[in-house]
Design a protein around this ligand. Structure first.
Ligand code: ZN
Length: 305
């Protein structure tokens, strides 16, 4: 039996152009609002153009949902956060290209594969992977930005010991709740953009599951192998090589190359894998067999979105 293949989506070139215009607009606005550095603008434009062009409207809008909600949350109660956890975080609220790649790189690669593959089965699985990756990125950001406001001290995910706010691998009830909400709302938003199709009803669940697994993995890496440094002047632990006080820090533990960006990238990869495995292994749950029959007329292909 011949494998069914849909033709390549002909709308891709024009969508790429539209994506470029759209993402440069959003990125420049974010740069003015000090949510993105100059290199971050470039990163956001690459991700935005690829995701919008290869995936389509719902993919591009979901990226914007992630981006806008994270930026708003990072400016939310900024002063309170600066007081509690400024030394711990590696960078300020202005995101650079490495952070953009860490959070959106996996989703960008999956959208590229989605746009280039011609197999409907592969498209469905890649879509679940994309939702899983973006749900994890959203979950992590929400957890960090909201969790740091927790009145209770975070506990290390591995040992349960109380740690200072902002410590990698430390979790709070507030942060965990925020991460689940971040993942679920991303899934719901994507589903909404896909026209609330009944066949895709399980997408929000896939997002929630992927977000939970990806975030747990993120915290686990943070608590075990992420590089941590020590400031001799302030006698404090930090993710930074150069402390906010200006003192060069000493390497304390973890793998030297495992910085926050690496951890985030691996976590989104884990989240996307969860989405893919979910979509592949439990078709009943995960929309593997939607009752959409793609019309495969020779003249007018129905673009899969
Ligand atoms: Zn210091």
């Amino acid at each position: 039996m011949l494998k069914q293949r849909a033709p390549l989506d002909r709308a891709i070139p024009s969508r790429l152009l539209l994506g470029l215009l759209f993402s440069s607009g959003v990125a420049i606005l974010a740069h003015r609002r000090r949510s993105l550095s100059k290199s971050g603008v470039a990163g956001a434009m690459i991700s935005g153009t690829t995701i919008f062009g290869m995936g389509g409207w719902s993919w591009g809008l979901s990226l914007i949902y992630f981006f806008v909600s994270s930026s708003l949350l990072s400016h939310f109660k900024e002063r309170e956060k600066a007081a509690t956890a400024a030394d711990k975080f590696d960078k300020g609220s202005e995101r650079d290209i490495l952070q953009a790649a860490a959070n959106g790189g996996m989703a960008t690669l999956l959208s590229l594969a989605y746009g280039l593959t011609r197999s409907p089965q592969a498209k469905r699985v890649l879509k679940a992977g994309f939702v899983g990756a973006l749900a994890t990125a959203n979950a992590d950001t929400w957890a960090t930005e909201i969790g740091v406001l927790s009145k209770q001290a975070p506990r290390l995910i591995t040992t349960g010991k109380p740690v200072a706010p902002g410590t990698s691998g430390g979790i709070t009830a507030l942060g965990t709740g925020a991460s689940m909400l971040g993942a679920l709302t991303l899934g719901l938003f994507f589903w909404l953009c896909q026209g609330l199709r009944r066949s895709l009803l399980s997408l929000p669940l896939v997002a929630l599951l992927s977000g939970i697994v990806g975030s747990l993995f993120d915290s686990l890496l943070g608590a075990t192998v992420q590089a941590m440094y020590f400031c001799p002047a302030c006698q404090k632990e930090t993710e930074k090589r150069l402390h906010s006080c200006g003192t060069p820090t000493q390497f304390l533990r973890g793998l030297p190359w495992m910085n926050n960006d690496t951890v985030n990238f691996l976590a989104t990869a884990c989240g996307s894998l969860t989405g893919i495995v979910g979509a592949w292994a439990c078709p009943a749950l995960c929309f593997l067999f939607p009752n959409i029959r793609e019309r495969r007329g020779r003249g007018k292909p129905t673009p899969l979105r």
